[in-house]
Ligand binder design. Structure first.
Ligand code: PLP
Length: 377
């Protein structure tokens, strides 16, 4: 990438810059774990689990190895509890990141890919209602890009039809809906702490939050080989544990999450106020605190041209996501589906940089470049 005119390249996200903010504390945390000689299932994990449960307002948090496993283990636990059976249908937004769908199919459940609202990118309750059948047993509500799904209506639909309401909160740490946070809205919630997420570890990590004691216990057990007590195996579990060193890093970064969300909100507000290019559709935010701006996603018919143009101007933007799950080779069985909203979004979305480490000058430069874009193709 080369930057012409004004200065250096603005990367989409520099993890080095993000973590350099807390360099000394992260090194201290690493040293503490190294010196302890204790690397799994110790106090770093239990302390982080307690702090993150409290942050979300949920009763329980169970650390796991990554966000996909968090979702996987929620479905697996409901299967073991008898609340789900193989073949049951799970409603999921068609434009989500593929991990949401993988967790459903991995457990022998059937994903029902529902078109999102083109303005919020999240599940559209009207379309959800239309797709509820006798076989529907759960909704996986993805708070995509950091914005809470229309929870009131989904909650009502789930109550009326006796469905489990599961959150994919991988992009929404700290987002609130009428005072309640992601992770404390549905029956259970899966979080990812992938390094690039708003709360990111320095490697893979994830968690499940819930207010259901039985579910929390089962997730913990299933993620530890199905072990209830040492060498006593109640289930054919997997190994998916949060490591002590990642928990120690996460405890440091959790303290600053609210600050970082504020910085993201300030950048987003500037973009919303100052980007006025008629070729670009800005994201729609029904409720301010419902969005934590993991991604700032705009739409344009000239997406690929804008991406190239910005790159030439020294600004890296990314596409989330260029190929929807039903168009992937991995899901050949769904390749025939026609999901026009999802397919249009896949061709029109572009994520602008919104790293909490962006300077005011960088934000102004991004706004200037985006406003100066004139499509010619
Ligand atoms: C990142 C992400 C996941 C998966 O999390 P990993 O930690 O990468 O396994 C699941 N769902 C969504 C919406 C995500 O963005």
């Amino acid at each position: 990438m080369t930057a012409n005119n004004s200065g250096s390249v603005i990367p989409f996200l520099s993890l080095k810059e993000v973590n350099d903010q807390y360099n000394a504390e992260l090194k201290q945390a690493a040293c503490r774990v190294i010196d302890s000689g204790w690397y799994l299932q110790g106090t770093e994990v239990s302390e982080f689990e307690g702090a993150f449960a409290e942050f979300c307002g949920a009763k329980y948090c169970v650390g796991v190895a990554n966000g996909l496993d968090a979702l996987n283990l929620i479905f697996r636990a409901y299967l073991e509890m008898g609340k789900l059976e193989k073949g049951d249908e799970v409603i999921v937004p068609a434009n989500t990141y593929i991990a949401s769908v993988l967790a459903i199919t991995e457990n022998g459940l059937t994903p029902v890919l529902v078109e999102p609202s083109a303005s919020t990118f999240n599940l559209d309750p009207i379309k959800v209602k239309e797709r509820v059948s006798k076989k529907t047993k759960a909704i996986l509500a993805v708070h995509l890009y950091g914005q809470i799904t229309d929870f009131e209506q989904l909650d009502q639909i789930s109550k009326e039809n006796n469905l489990l309401l599961i959150e994919d909160s991988a992009q929404a740490h700290g987002a609130t809906f009428e005072g309640r946070k992601a992770g404390n809205l549905g029956h259970a919630s899966g979080f990812s702490f992938y390094p690039g997420k708003n709360l990111g570890a320095l490697g893979d990590a994830g968690a499940v939050t819930t207010n259901d004691a039985e579910l929390a216990k089962l997730v913990k057990n299933l993620g530890n080989y199905g072990t209830s007590k040492r060498y006593i195996n109640d289930f054919k579990g997997i190994n998916s544990r949060l490591s002590e060193i990642q928990a120690a890093f996460l405890s440091v970064k959790l303290k600053y999450l609210i600050n970082e969300i504020e910085v993201r909100r300030n950048i987003a507000n500037k973009y919303l106020k100052k980007i006025n290019n008629p070729a670009i559709v800005l994201p729609n935010v029904p409720k301010a605190t419902a969005h934590v701006w993991h991604l700032f996603v705009i739409r344009t018919k000239h997406r690929d041209e804008l991406l190239d143009y910005m790159l030439n101007a020294g600004i890296q933007s990314l596409i989330h996501y260029p190929i929807a799950p039903h168009k992937q080779l991995a899901y050949k069985e769904y390749n025939h589906l026609m999901l026009p909203i999802t397919e249009a979004l896949q061709n029109e979305v572009l994520s602008l940089p919104i790293s909490p480490t962006l300077s005011d000058e960088q934000v102004d430069r991004i706004i200037g470049v985006v406003n100066a874009f004139k499509p010619c193709r």
